[in-house]
Each structure stands twice: as structure tokens, then as C-alpha cells.
Design a protein around this ligand. Sequence first.
Ligand code: UDX
Length: 414
Amino acid sequence: MNLAIIGTGYVGLTSGICFASKGHIVKCIDIDSKKVGLINSKISPIYEEGMAELLAKVIDNGNLKATIDAKSAINESEVVFICVGTPSLKDGSINLDYIKQAAKTVADNLNSYKVIVVKSTVVPKTTEEVVGKILKESGKEFGLCMNPEFLKEGSAIKDFLEGDRIVLGVGDKKTESVMRKVYERFSQKIFVTTPRTAEMIKYANNSFLATKISFANELGNLCKKLGIDTYTVMDGIGMDDRINRKFLNSGAGFGGSCFPKDVKAIVSKGLAEAEPMILLRAVIKVNELQPLKMVELLKKHINIVGGKIGILGLAFKKGTDDLREAPSLIIIDELLRQKAKVIAYDPEAMNHAKKIFGERISYAKNSNEVINSSDAVLIVTEWDEFKNLDFGKKIVIDGRRMNPKSDSSEGICW
Ligand code: UDX
């Protein structure tokens, strides 16, 4: 089938490459001509395992092309995917400006019946009442679908091709049959529902996983005080099928481009509907306080004013250079506020960190440099190379269960 994809960010590019790998003819539309040039030269603008190889393959066999020409790409397509960003506004609510612009671009170029699919994460009713409304103003016939994406950074290609399920939120049977054809060569189960339910499934999914983590962190903080190992408790409850062990690792808290933004957005939507959103507000609160625990624990061991504190790990999780909403940012800000000096190292995220912190902190070339030139070390990201490191007599606060070897180490929840 001929597919057009608007937006070549994480979701858009992954979708484009994966659909092309399944034999569709895909046009990836972006307003950034530099990015379009890179993609067409088989250079992936983001790093994802397996992406570079698959991109080269689908460019070589002619199944994927990037373009700034939205008109031609939309005109030639049977299905148009909207995969633009939905950032947070200052109050935590969702910014739909890019979604509206993309919908307007599609509406202006509708030349025949097409199915328009929202893949971006949008709060319930956006597909019908914002995108659908803009499309209707064109006076043309179209089908509308909300098809949320559940990919994780670091395993985006695998998650797209082999994820747990495909959710299709459709308004009518014709749209459903077009979408089933799009996913014909995928082996996942297809779950069909309404657009607003599909939108909510995405928020419910991320909010539930975030809730599991804040639950594990709150219980973990208490377990530590009671001399109980929280990981053993989670192993114990994880054996209950109704709970399962995943996303119950307590630590410095969740970050990234999705969990914090999405939980805030659904809370904000709830409050707008006069729902108090007590549980999910608490999930956010627990997560905001959790990184600060590391600084509190550190202060039991040393006076941090003027002290040199090493940070091992800056990225929001291992396997990425992404610093968005990373617990490390909260920790470093707090250390600097309390007049400590900071030296940091991350295997992938140093360049991004330099842009954020500039000369306010110093940067090490490896873990050893951090260990040798600091009074105490905080382990903030679960990179494999930080596992079982030898710190000698150094004070270590372990935020990710990395089991440091040290005479005076302490875990955040253990
Ligand atoms: C997440 C969702 O998993 C994915 O389905 C959605 O599409 C986008 O958001 P991602 O942001 O890539 O994916 O990260 P994920 O691997 O889910 O981890 C999120 C955060 O939770 C990380 O900061 C991680 O360190 C933290 N985490 C995860 C914990 O603190 N404990 C856990 O047990 C699991």
C-alpha cells in the first residue's frame, strides 16, 4: 500500500522504516530538509538498535523515501499517519499545535478517500474532535483512526515489529478494513475499539507502568527503614500473575520523554473534567521526590557543601543518550543548589549534558575518573558498565541496584 507519514521523529521514522520493511511504499514527510537529506542518504538521525541497517535496506529497495513535499506524498497515499510531537505546556497539559498543523496539511491536500491515522500520543477525544474536525472542514471523504504506539527507546524497531498488540481505534468498518490491510503482515493480535478508547489505552498503559514504579519506590523507601529487601518483596509479589514482576524495580525514579509527560497530561485532562486524579498525582509526586532521596542519603555520610560529588549515569535509562526528565537532572540541580561540586560521566549522554549544564559541572572520561576525583559517588543510571564496580573506601549511594563494591555503600531503597 502507499503510506504517507508526517513527522520523522522517534515514532514516525520507526513506523516508516518498519512499514517499508513489510513491503509498503512509504513516504516520510518532514519540514526539516536536513533530516530528509540524511534519511535519503541512509543515515538515521537517531540511534536505535537495528535501525541503520533496516533504513539502508528499505531505501535501497525503493520502499522508503523521505520528502519535504507533503502535497505529493499525501496525494499518492491511501493512508496518512500523523506522527508529530505532543509536548507538554507549562501547566502539564498537552500542546496540540503540531497535531493541528499536521491535520491542516492533510486537509489541504485530500484529493481522494484516505484513512488518516493519529499515531502521536493525544489525550482522549483529540482524534475525533480536533483532527476529525479540521479534516471535515475540507468537505472531502476520509476515514479516521487512532493507532497508539508502545515502543520503548532502545528497542523501538523490535517493539514495532513484534510488540504485544496493535490497537486500532476506528469509527467505522471501512476504516477498520483498510487498517487491517496495513497490518496484514504483522503477527501481533489486533485490538479494535473506538478512537477515544484507543487514546485512553495509551495513557492508561503508560500511567499504569509509571504507577508500578512509584509503588515500588514508595514501598522500597519503607522496606529500607524496616530492614527488608524490597527487590525480594517484588520478586515475591511478581510471582502473582495478576501483578507480574516487570516495572517493579525501585530506584531513582522514572524519566524519559513519555512517562512524566503522559501522566501529567492525563492528570491535567482529568482535572479539566473535575476529576481529582488523586492516585496519578501521587505517582508524579513520589517520582519527583525520589531522586532527592539520593542527596538526603548522601548527607548522612558527608557534608556536601564544597564537597566533590561524582555522578555515574545521566541518561534516563541505559541504552540511550536521552536526558529528558532524567532523575540525574534533579539530583545535579539539588547538589549544585546545596553548593556541592559535581563531576559526571555517562557512556552516551555527555554531549547532551554539556549543553544543559555547561561549565556548572565538570565531566569525566570514564567511571574511574569519577571515582578517583570525588569524595562520594551517586549511581543514577543502570548502565551495565556500572555493575559491581570497585569503589574501595569511597561512599557510594546506589540508585539502580548496581551492587557496588565499597566499604561504605548504601542503596536508595535497600
Ligand atoms: C515508555 C514505555 O515503556 C513505552 O511503552 C512508551 O511507548 C514510551 O514510554 P521509554 O520511555 O522508552 O518507554 O522507557 P522505559 O523503558 O519504559 O523506562 C521508563 C523509565 O522508568 C526509565 O527511567 C526507567 O529507568 C524507569 N524504570 C523502569 C524504573 O525505574 N523501574 C522499573 O522497574 C522500570
